[in-house]
Design a protein around this ligand. Structure first.
Ligand SMILES: C[C@@]1(CC(=O)O)c2cc3[nH]c(cc4nc(cc5[nH]c(cc(n2)[C@H]1CCC(=O)O)[C@@](C)(CC(=O)O)[C@@H]5CCC(=O)O)C(CC(=O)O)=C4CCC(=O)O)c(CCC(=O)O)c3CC(=O)O
Ligand SMILES: NC(=O)C1=CN([C@@H]2O[C@H](COP(=O)(O)OP(=O)(O)OC[C@H]3O[C@@H](n4cnc5c(N)ncnc54)[C@H](O)[C@@H]3O)[C@@H](O)[C@H]2O)C=CC1
Length: 189
């Protein structure tokens, strides 16, 4: 069964906590910040990779705390991503999050995740999130590369044009829908 429900989160409006500052913590912080460079994110870990320090220097809202996880760090967190190399700590953070109704992702344990990160294709305002339902993140990565290659940069012009047409269109909702569907019929395979 594939029951995942995709959404696009405005993480600038949320407070995100990353627990763990190794390779995986770096990957996840990069995934968050490459989509939303201004998002408020805190990373806590006793040891933090040098690349994360550089990332924090480039992103004023990304802060690093050199400490072991403690439940107090969940205070004010909306979203938590756990990536320590200690399975017991990961499980404890997940339990603490569940008790507080905070959404949590545990990087190496799909069963403990409320949500998965996806592979992200970005062409200007077009964003496509790819999931394989956890089956093969590597497939998701390769498929992202294929889509990045085949989607033209001119897509942004198309989106800009459609937005100005959308803003100019008069009439009620139904008329607008019909007109926009008419204009974009050319895209149908
Ligand atoms: C379930 C999920 C939960 C989550 O992490 O959110 C998950 C789980 C696991 N990943 C593992 C390994 C790898 N993950 C990647 C890469 C990515 N993983 C991502 C997402 C997800 N990974 C979620 C499912 C997404 C989906 O539905 O497809 C991406 C898309 C997004 C991101 O992480 O930002 C990002 C690609 C970004 C990009 O480049 O576009 C690579 C490849 C590489 O790095 O080159 C490898 C090594 C090769 C391999 O094992 O396949 C392991 C085994 C760990 C171990 O063996 O210890 C588990 C645990 C398990 O499956 O049990
Ligand atoms: N995409 C995925 O889901 C993948 C998951 N993994 C798994 O994820 C885990 C982490 O991998 P790496 O980042 O490579 O490990 P790493 O050894 O590079 O980093 C571990 C980090 O966890 C921190 N940490 C340890 N105890 C902590 C505590 N009590 N509180 C807060 N932080 C703590 C350490 O200080 C360090 O920053 C491993 O168990 C690995 O098997 C590995 C590869 C891919």
């Amino acid at each position: 069964m594939n029951n995942l429900f995709p959404v696009f989160l405005k993480i600038e409006h949320l407070q995100t906590l990353v627990v763990g500052g190794g390779n995986v913590g770096l990957e996840k912080a990069n995934a968050l910040l490459s989509n939303a460079p201004g998002a408020p994110i805190t990373l806590v870990a006793p040891e933090i990779r040098a690349e994360l320090v550089t990332l924090a220097e480039q992103h004023p809202n990304f802060s690093l705390i050199y400490d072991s996880y403690a439940p107090d760090y969940l205070e004010n967190s909306d979203l938590v991503i756990v990536a320590t190399n200690d399975k017991a700590v990961n499980a404890q953070v997940q339990t603490d999050c569940k008790n507080r109704r905070i959404l949590v992702n545990v990087a190496d344990t799909p069963d403990l995740c409320d949500f998965y990160l996806s592979s992200v294709v970005k062409k200007g305002d077009l964003k496509i999130a790819i999931s394989t339902n956890g089956k093969s993140p590597t497939f998701a990565k390769r498929f992202r590369e294929i889509l990045e290659e085949i989607l033209p940069d001119s897509l942004q012009d198309t989106l800009n044009n459609l937005q100005s047409i959308r803003n100019r269109l008069k009439g009620d909702f139904q008329e607008k829908v019909e007109r926009l569907n008419e204009i974009t019929k050319i895209m149908k395979p």
